[in-house]
Design a protein around this ligand. Structure first.
Ligand code: FAD
Length: 431
């Protein structure tokens, strides 16, 4: 793969977690000329905090130590310290699954969770806005344009193989690049270009009519309101027939984020219910149901690229928040693209890189979309009778945790690279 005279221009559409983490990594490659186009004028502090799982941290480390550090600088320990402020003093913490209803209900005072996910020391959460601020600090200001909402995209010459990719913004301005990477989120415009506006998987769907409610209160307040003390120290998920409840301790245990996810609730039908020990959490969240939103996910896209245009992050595979792995998958996409573009030295090699990215990332990221959907149904007792068999539940969460968190991301990068190299060799033989 020989050198090219002028840098390869890459336009990244969307400056969210996927777009900015990718930009922070690609900016270090002198053979690339990148630019990020973001629709908003400034990132605001919207959305819940993110609890990034181990695969997210591994992907950040692959993107570069400074990307990982940007996260560490902004992240806050979820749990309490058992003494001192050192990492070692941090309590071990897991997401713990309890059955709040039925013959195996186990929310009683001293009962053990039926299953757990992601046990680790010093688990951290980060606000989306803080993380974006940290990532933005790694990309030179002149390489990011805010207030640029993409509305149209097209490729010149032979499906983009011979020419530039062109794009237009809502403010009437336009741009061009050798390659466009669409990280423009769940309602992606780039997705419409890649899979076609009329495709059945074009838009996200809330198949199970999920409605999510969240509140953040002081931990003492929550305990006074009847929330069991131990539910303020771990990350519990309490399962019941219509949906689930969960709590996340924030700010070293001083505040508590409590949520209720209701399956089959239409917007406006805000009634939430929960039995026994779960009732106090429901009551806490029901004090103010204004922080409520519907969630959705993407049915499988048949492909993640077309010509020299590809999509990544939520644009490619938005998932329900129930497996806590959406941002992690966005970061995995960025890590693979960064690795591949390290070897793309001519525009003619872009399609081989995007094909390799698609081959490696599509099956895994779509499996996570399916898993999050399945988790939601399991949490709501709507996935067969698995909720009646604690052993099956344990197995499901163990296997899922291994699949998401323990993945070998170095190997994922290497697999993608060998596919790309094979494709480049094949193309040069045919030319
Ligand atoms: P986004 O973060 O949505 O960024 C897309 C960017 O593109 C935005 O800045 C947007 O303004 C911009 N944009 C949109 N349209 C255009 C356009 N036309 N032109 C230009 N720019 C555009 N994941 C986890 O890993 N762990 C968690 O704990 C977790 N918790 C979650 C909790 C909730 C309630 C939700 C809803 C999601 C959660 N996720 C979690 C998922 C995670 O937030 C997303 O997967 C992640 O933010 C995706 O990043 P992204 O960059 O692909 O998309």
């Amino acid at each position: 793969m020989g050198p090219t005279s002028s840098p390869i221009q890459i336009a990244i559409i969307g400056g969210g977690i996927a777009g900015l983490s990718l930009a922070a990594a690609l900016i270090k490659k002198p053979h690339l000329d990148i630019h990020v186009y973001e629709s908003v004028h400034a990132h605001s502090d919207v959305g819940a905090g993110l609890a990034l799982h181990r695969n997210a941290l591994k992907a950040m480390a692959l993107l570069g130590p400074e990307v990982h550090q940007a996260y560490l600088d902004k992240a806050i320990n979820i749990g309490r310290c058992s003494g001192g402020d050192s990492e070692e003093a941090e309590e071990e913490m897991a997401t713990e699954i309890f059955l709040a209803w039925g013959p195996h209900a186990n929310t009683g005072k001293d009962q053990q969770p039926v299953a757990e996910l992601g046990r680790a020391k010093g688990r951290k959460s980060v606000s989306r806005a803080d993380l974006l601020g940290g990532l933005l600090g790694l990309v030179p200001g002149e390489k990011v344009s805010f207030g640029k909402r993409l509305v149209k995209i097209w490729e010149e010459g032979n499906g983009g193989r011979d020419g530039k990719v062109r794009f237009e913004f809502r403010d009437g301005t336009a741009g061009e690049a050798d390659c466009v990477l669409g990280a423009d989120g769940i309602h992606s415009v780039v997705r419409g270009y890649v899979i076609g506006e009329g495709h059945a998987a074009r838009h996200p769907v809330n198949h199970d009519k999920w409605q999510v409610y969240r509140t953040v209160v002081g931990t003492e307040d929550a305990i006074k309101a009847g929330v069991e003390e131990r539910f303020t120290r771990t990350v519990p998920i309490l399962l019941g027939p219509r949906g689930h409840l969960n709590c996340i301790p924030l700010n070293k245990g001083t505040r508590l984020s409590a949520g209720v996810a209701v399956r089959g609730a239409a917007v406006g039908e805000g009634e939430v219910d929960g039995p026994g020990k779960a009732r106090a959490i429901v009551d806490l969240v029901a004090r103010d149901t204004s922080a409520s939103w519907a969630v959705g996910d993407h049915d499988h896209a048949p492909v993640y690229f077309k010509g020299r245009v590809a999509m990544l992050g939520d644009a490619a595979h938005a998932s329900l928040p129930f497996a806590g792995n959406g941002a992690a998958q966005a970061l995995e996409d960025a890590a693979v693209l960064d690795h591949l573009f390290g070897k793309v030295k001519q525009p003619s090699q872009i399609e081989a890189a995007l094909g390799a990215y698609d081959a490696v990332r599509r099956p895994r990221s779509q499996a996570v979309v399916d898993l999050a959907r399945k988790f939601g149904r399991v949490y709501a007792f709507a996935e067969g009778d698995i909720h009646e068999d604690p052993e099956k539940l344990r197995q499901l969460f163990t296997l899922a945790g291994q699949f998401t968190n323990e993945a070998d991301l170095l190997k994922q990068n290497e697999d993608a690279m060998s596919k790309m190299e094979k494709s480049v060799r094949g193309r040069s033989r045919n030319n």
